[in-house]
Design a protein around this ligand. Structure first.
Ligand SMILES: [Zn+2]
Length: 251
């Protein structure tokens, strides 16, 4: 692969901006005035999985969050904020969790490597493997085992997104919100639906309703409060976290 200098990135940027404007005069003026993505994409940081590009969407059409191995940490303020903004402010109705085969992060989790910060990040993927270990055929190839964990990881992260306070609150108020689990093939460029979509609370969630959104740490307390705003600031449990935030000057 040819080496590209930092300066070349600026040159390519100018070429790109000119080409876009030639294609559609006023393109950037239109984009700068409004952001109306219909989808939230939660994918891997892997440079070979450019979210917009592989699903044929232009800037402005996909709200994107990416991290190593497309993990939904329950205490990740970054991702929780992205989900909240996408659902509450942008009105996104489809959240796509998209992993990819051959994922280096998942490979590291499967190998149970330790000693780096990323190994803490990948702990939920290790958990998936430990929980589903019986589904891994000892005689299967390394690639087959890796790709199975890539798929199971997507399924697990779909469930984690489904259990975030913001998603639960959206469903509780009758909002349309679907969470999809997809996987991308590096070898053929194709996206596959893993058939693990969610469009409402599961039985256990429905029974629990919003009596206890189950904050897991300090950050989720804030998300809990934000979710309550969707319900008018008061939950059945009597929690008035939204009021607490208001008293702190947070709207
Ligand atoms: Zn990856």
């Amino acid at each position: 692969m040819a080496e590209v200098s930092i300066q070349a990135l600026f040159d390519r940027n100018v070429d790109w901006a000119i080409a876009k404007t030639r294609q559609e005069p006023g393109y950037f003026r239109r984009l700068s005035a409004l952001q109306e993505p219909r989808f939230l994409w939660i994918g891997c940081s892997d440079s070979r999985v450019p979210a917009n590009e592989i699903v044929g969407l232009d800037p402005g059409e996909l709200f994107v969050h990416r991290n190593i191995a497309n993990v939904m940490h329950t205490g990740d303020l970054n991702l929780l904020s992205v989900i909240e903004f996408a659902v509450e402010a942008l009105g996104v109705e489809d959240i796509i969790v998209c992993g990819h085969y051959g994922c280096g992060g998942v490979r590291r989790a499967l190998a149970r490597q330790t000693g780096a910060l990323v190994d803490h990040w990948l702990a939920p993927v290790v958990e998936v493997y430990e929980r589903e270990r019986a589904r891994f055929d000892a005689g299967a190839s390394d690639e087959a085992r890796l790709n199975l964990l890539c798929e199971l990881n997507v399924e697990a992260q779909v469930e984690r997104v489904a259990h975030t306070p913001i998603v639960r609150a959206a469903w509780a108020t009758g909002r349309t919100l679907r969470i999809h689990g997809w996987i991308y093939g590096l070898k053929d460029g194709l996206v596959r639906d893993l058939g693990v979509s969610r469009d409402g609370p599961d039985k256990a969630q429905a029974e629990q309703a919003l009596l206890d959104p189950g904050p897991v740490d300090d950050w989720s307390e804030h998300v809990h409060a934000s979710a309550l705003r969707l319900l008018g600031g008061k939950a059945a449990c009597g929690c008035d976290a939204a009021g607490d935030l208001r008293s702190e000057g947070v709207q």
